[in-house]
Ligand binder design. Structure first.
Ligand code: XIL
Length: 639
């Protein structure tokens, strides 16, 4: 088999990166002073003219000592072979919960929002609507009922479903085509709450009308009028763990009266500790090591802070299996792949080491993979949630885990149109290039000694038609955002492998055609792309293997490497695990037949944490048992 040189980088490149970054600033191209970059343009012709100097001072503050994670000494994790750090700063409030105000309430019932399929002729089919609704004001402790009566102009009865139901509320069926929100707001609900019901057109299920109602909850003159309800516990899902591994479980007590319940173990495993969480006052951490296999039920009791007779019990169910159950026959995937000159990797769940089964997750990952993509931890929203604020702890921990297991890390991803922080979405168009480049610079500089393989730009091609995807990046810089991102990455780390990553290019069609045309334009402009990432999120019905081979060949013909970056094979109603296994095998075979295919990564490895878990797409099931797909991978890799 062709001797593939898997992407390696030279050691100690943080110093080199600093030099290149300095060089970049010193000998930059024309600088309009505002550092607004020269990357504008529509991607037509001409060699990339180089990067302008980034502004100094920067548009947003660079990471500072305040952004440095600190040692997580509370051992609220299952990491057994790398030191864990945590954010030093307190967590940000839920950015998605924008507090509603009396001013919002005074504006009256919010306008209904209608969504329809583009092709739908709405002149002959008017949208469904609700009758008899208005905003509502209640006093905490009172029970309210809001009846939702959907109607459709064509006379049929629309369907209906609720969006997020307030804690303690219910959306009951009145069995007459209407539903009612029943809710008793308490102290913790004082303020303005919104509730949205969605009516579904009787003839077109994607034709919908969302109607929000605002509920103003006032405090009563006498707080004692509010009933004290029993506390609760946030649900803890069942886990499969391995005997002998540390288990940590965060237990979160909830009390809608706004008080903090106490937490007790009724049936604690031997040696278990239950400690208050050092940073979250509504949480406790249960930690223990299950010594032997068996079914464990741990009963946790929460007791009301005001009336200790008010309690709730949650039974946590754990299946403890013997380590022998997780010993797989044959050779590990990374070893088989290495024999073929290929890296075999996975995408690592954020904070897997804080989950009950984290030790088992880590053990299997370490056995099977020599390359890791952070599934979420390096994306812009988690890393840079606010201007000048950085949260590196989870990414740092994944780097430590990778180092502990001699894994390479794929930096996923520097520039994408998704998982962006709100503040970036709200920036001025003219500032977008600098924000993009400042993020690239800060992340690549921090991890230059950990990462030598970067998904620089992710999903640049539009879903339909093969043209450039419209995004906050392309809308501000045109296609040149890609040139700029790759030039910035190359300047920061000349030895790294720089990848353009895309999905739905594993078969013939306008998307692969559009990507190849883009590559031709980028190469004509001497943009430093080293490889193309084929994400390969497939269904088990996939059979376009010849087209995949042709697409690989077209990329290789451009002197570029091929990386399979996010392989998963979703089951459908008409396919089974053997057909899933066959697709895994054939995709690997196509890769191995292409000398420039250098990397195969699955997007996770256990169905339990797949972002497509509904379709059970991965080689291990939700209890970490190897599926036929796992054996198929071994066979395809030369077992
Ligand atoms: C997905 C993650 O798996 C999800 O957990 C997250 O909510 C959204 O992003 N293509 C990509 C990946 O490049 O970054 C996406 O990962 C899946 C599609």
């Amino acid at each position: 088999m062709t001797n593939r040189q898997s992407p390696h980088g030279a050691p100690c490149r943080r110093f080199l990166a600093f030099c290149f970054a300095a060089l970049l600033v010193a000998c930059s191209g024309s600088d309009d002073g505002g550092g607004q970059g020269t990357g504008t343009g529509t991607g037509t012709g001409g060699t990339f003219t180089g990067l302008s100097a980034l502004p100094n001072p920067p548009l947003t503050a660079a990471p500072s000592a305040d952004d440095e994670p600190v040692a997580d000494t509370e051992a609220f994790h299952t990491a057994v072979n790398f030191a864990v750090v945590r954010e030093a700063a307190d967590p940000l409030p839920e950015a998605s919960v924008v507090a509603l105000t009396e001013a919002d309430f005074a504006l009256g019932l919010p306008d209904a929002v209608v969504t329809a399929p583009a092709a739908l002729d709405t002149t002959s089919n008017a949208a469904p609507f609700f009758v008899g609704l208005d905003n509502l004001r209640v006093v905490a402790g009172e029970t309210l009922e809001i009846r939702f009566v959907p109607r459709d102009p064509e006379g049929e009865l629309p369907g209906m479903f609720p969006q997020e139901i307030p804690e303690g509320g219910s959306f009951i069926d009145n069995f007459d085509g209407t539903r009612s929100l029943i809710w008793q707001p308490l102290q913790a609900d004082i303020g303005i709450t919104s509730f949205t019901a969605v009516a579904i057109d009787p003839d077109e299920s994607d034709y919908r009308t969302s109607q929000t109602v605002l509920i103003a909850v006032d405090a009563p003159d006498d707080p004692a009028e509010i009933p004290n309800v029993a506390p609760g516990i946030k649900e803890v899902l069942p886990f499969t763990v391995r005997a002998g591994d540390p288990v940590v479980i965060e237990i979160e007590g909830v009390d809608r009266n706004g008080t903090l319940p106490s937490v007790e173990l009724e049936s604690a495993p031997a040696g278990a500790s239950l400690l208050p969480h050092p940073r979250f006052d509504d949480r406790h951490v249960l930690r223990f090591v299950p010594p032997a296999a068996g079914e464990l039920i741990i009963d946790v009791v929460v007791r009301d802070a005001v009336d200790t007779s008010l309690t709730a019990t949650e039974s946590i169910s754990l299946t403890v299996e013997t380590p022998a159950n997780f010993v797989r026959s044959g050779t590990r995937l990374k070893e088989l792949a290495a024999n073929q000159g290929v890296n075999f990797g996975f995408a690592a769940s954020p904070e897997f080491y804080r989950r009950a089964d984290g030790a088992l997750y880590a053990a299997i990952a370490a056995e099977e993979f020599d390359l890791l993509s952070p599934e979420a931890s390096l994306k812009m929203a988690p890393i840079n949630p606010l201007p000048g604020r950085y949260e590196f702890a989870d990414a740092d921990n994944l780097m430590a885990f990778a180092r502990a297991h001699a894994m390479q890390v794929r930096g996923h991803t520097l520039v994408w149109h998704r998982v962006l922080p709100d503040w970036v979405l709200e920036t001025a168009v003219a500032e977008r290039e600098v924000h993009m480049r400042e993020f690239i610079t800060r992340v690549m500089t921090r991890y230059v000694d950990d990462i030598d393989l970067w998904d620089v730009v992710n999903e640049p091609i539009a879903d339909e038609g093969g043209g450039l995807r419209s995004s906050i990046w392309s809308d501000s810089m045109g296609e040149r955002y890609i040139d700029i991102a790759f030039a910035q990455a190359r300047a920061l780390d000349p030895n790294a492998t720089l990848v353009l990553n895309e999905f739905d290019i594993g078969f013939a069609g306008p998307k692969i055609d559009g990507l190849l045309a883009l590559l031709d334009r980028l190469q004509a402009r001497e943009v430093p792309v080293d490889a193309v990432g084929f994400q390969m999120h497939l269904f088990a019905t996939y059979d376009d293997f010849d087209e995949l081979a042709a697409n690989f060949a077209a990329v290789a013909a451009r002197g570029l490497d091929i990386h399979i970056t996010e392989l998963d094979v979703s089951l459908t109603d008409t396919t089974d695990e053997q057909q899933q296994a066959d697709v895994y095998r054939e995709v690997v075979e196509v890769c191995l037949e292409q000398p420039r295919c250098r990397v195969i990564q699955t997007w996770g490895f256990t169905d339990r944490y797949s972002f497509r878990s509904f379709f059970d797409p991965l080689p291990f099931d939700a209890d970490y048992a190897a599926k036929p797909a796992y054996s198929a991978l071994q066979n395809a890799l030369g077992e």
